[in-house]
Write a protein that binds this ligand. Structure first.
Ligand code: UN1
Length: 499
């Protein structure tokens, strides 16, 4: 399918894609596929105010009815799965199978949120006073600003949006300037759900197209109650500080430097498949990508040569084509970052296998790279740094304590895993003295989390949780209610205060 057909199938007209100053290039072959008009900071101000107006109406709609809109969104996404999946591939370069997986993740979170819309449970609390009732209730917050990254251009938005909507919030979306088309396509899909729903307020979802100035204006606005930001630690630091300065609420999902410990008792066949998928899937550009492999010395020589073998046969190429497993990096900057990380790794004593540029026929303007395995003598600086590229640093360990120590000795704390058939090792890894990450798995790679769990991590990953479990609570305000249904006015803590 040629690029224009993919865009047309997603409902874009020629006029929409021309005449603006934001040039969108596809990583597939580097060519320009759109020049979009951008929003100004004045547009952001108007959007924030329209979003607040939408919120004021939406919060009055009963939550299960709000769920109905999200149910319709899920239906529209099911109908558009292939088209949107292909657009994800075109705009961010992940292989089509992963583009489809990303849309499936959107459908899944819609289903989850529909159920949740009838389960925004509070608590009843025992009061210390007679004739008193205490409870905890949850209320809509306001405008939820979503900042999303190019690598999961639509799924992460949908986690935030499906949950924010059932919680009674409105949504303002500032996508990465590298992936605005998928955002605009989602807006079209959302509008179809709104039309079927019938009486939703206008402007429940607005997309803001532009660069940092647009994002900053949204982040700095005190009328944006929640800012949920996914991206680099540097971006998250700026956003987190700005939102904290105005006492807003932020939900941060930032960098990861995810490790796998492969113990001496591991099932190596399973480990091998998990390593390759999590290290080279999405060309190493997931927050959850496997970046560090910590291998028990007893199996190092059995595992690492097989891994190199598997890497040497990886089909690298146009991600729209069947059979390809590794697509391009997002752009030339990403390629440069990968190359300089490999140079640093060599300088720090690493032995690099692979990692060279790959020329893909008829895609010469793009940044295809062979995934790299780097055998490191220890966990040096470059290993502790997240490079958003398919680089897998491999290190040896002797004792499990030491491996867990290495796993935890990085600034990031998103995802982690252990491959072992020893229940003691598995439980130790998951225990209070085990992995310090938000996600810790056994016999599963660090990437590809299901939406049912809370997604996010500690330390420089930012501490936020999105998606499943009770992550919805971050999208609502908690209220403690004490009701006195007696004819007395006893004070708490037994205080006497007679007038
Ligand atoms: C991300 O890279 O920002 O767990 C999200 C995963 C996906 C989500 C990744 N479900 O790999």
């Amino acid at each position: 399918m040629i690029f224009e057909e993919i865009l047309t199938a997603c409902g874009f007209s020629k006029g929409e894609l021309e005449g603006g100053s934001l040039h969108v290039h596809t990583p597939v072959d580097g060519s320009r596929i759109a020049s979009l008009k951008t929003d100004t900071t004045a547009d952001v101000e108007r959007a924030v105010s329209a979003s607040n107006e939408a919120f004021r109406q939406w919060r009055r709609v009963p939550a299960p009815r709000r769920g109905e809109l999200v149910r319709l969104l899920g239906e529209e996404l099911r109908a558009e799965k292939e088209n949107l999946g292909r657009l994800v591939t075109l705009e961010c370069g992940k292989i089509y199978q992963e583009g489809l997986g990303e849309v499936q993740e959107m459908i899944d979170i819609c289903d989850f949120a529909v159920g949740l819309s009838r389960q925004l449970y509070g608590l009843t609390i025992a009061s210390e006073r007679p004739g008193h009732a205490m409870r905890e209730t949850w209320h809509p917050m306001g405008v939820c600003g979503v900042i999303s990254a190019f690598n999961f251009p639509v799924a992460v938005w949908s986690w935030n949006t499906a949950i924010a909507l059932v919680c009674g919030n409105s949504v303002l979306w500032k996508p990465s300037e590298k992936s605005p088309l998928t955002a605009l396509a989602c807006q079209k899909i959302f509008e179809r759900a709104v039309a079927r729903f019938g009486d939703a307020p206008d402007n429940l979802l607005q997309v803001l197209v532009g660069g940092r100035d647009v994002g900053s204006a949204m982040v700095e606005s005190k009328d944006v109650a929640i800012v949920s930001a996914t991206g680099s630690t540097r971006m998250g630091h700026t956003v987190g500080v700005k939102v904290a300065e105005r006492f807003g609420r932020s939900i941060l999902e930032l960098g990861g430097n995810n490790a796998m410990i492969v113990s001496g008792s591991a099932d190596l066949e399973m480990a091998l498949r998990a390593i390759v998928f999590s290290a080279v899937g999405t060309a190493g550009q997931r927050c959850t990508s496997l970046r560090r492999l910590i291998v028990h010395e007893s199996i190092y020589d059995a595992l690492v040569p097989r891994l190199k073998d598997a890497y040497s046969g990886l089909p690298i190429g146009n991600p729209l084509e069947d059979g390809v497993l590794v697509g391009p990096l997002i752009d030339a900057d990403a390629k440069g970052a990968m190359q300089s990380a490999l140079d640093r790794a060599r300088a720090e004593g690493g032995i690099v296998h692979g990692g060279e540029p790959v020329q893909v026929e008829s895609c010469l303007g793009a940044s295809y790279m062979a995934p790299a395995i780097v055998e490191m003598p220890d966990q040096s600086d470059v290993v502790r740094h997240e490079t958003f590229a398919p680089i897998l640093y491999v290190m040896k360990y002797t004792e499990l304590d030491e491996a867990i120590g290495m796993q935890n000795a990085v600034p990031q704390g998103l995802s982690s895993c252990i491959f072992t058939t020893d229940v003691r090792e598995a439980e130790e890894f998951l225990s209070d003295v085990g992995s310090d990450c938000g996600i810790a798995n056994v016999n599963i790679g660090p990437s590809g989390a299901e939406i049912g769990g809370a997604f996010g991590g500690e330390k420089e990953t930012g501490g936020g949780r999105e998606s499943g479990s009770d992550a919805w609570k971050a999208y609502m305000r908690r209220q403690t209610n004490t009701v006195n249904y007696s004819r007395e006015l006893p004070l708490a803590q037994g205080i006497k205060f007679d007038i």
